[in-house]
Design a protein around this ligand. Sequence first.
Ligand code: 5GP
Ligand code: ZN
Length: 119
Amino acid sequence: MKTMAQEDCLFCKIAAGDIPADRVYEDDSVVVFRDIEPQAPTHLLIIPRKHIVSLAHGKSEDQELFGHMMGLTSKLAEQEQLPDKEFRVVVNAGASAGQTVFHLHIHLLGGRDFSWPPG
Ligand code: 5GP
Ligand code: ZN
């Protein structure tokens, strides 16, 4: 897949390998790496290589990619050997939802108990 990197986007630079990250998985369409400020023993970020601002900016042609990203969570939970294969997935879409990096990413968190509701 041709990558359409957005200039000055941190996660496009990580996807391209221009900024280092602790990568745990990658394929033609996605890269997965450890969050620099982990909020749990396992805290992964699943990003598309393609620059998409947020889940609110996906196009109909992105549905397969979104399904692929979500489908990877189970495989990654196994790879991370999360106890009982339990984990939380979070996607912040927009500043008011807590998004700080405007390149779509799925947070995969595990290895501890989580509370609800989120803050
Ligand atoms: P958001 O708040 O947008 O949902 O999540 C952005 C996440 O990216 C945060 O959890 C933050 O710690 C992580 N992050 C920000 N900059 C970097 C970086 O340079 N490298 C890595 N690995 N993670 C980053
Ligand atoms: Zn980007």
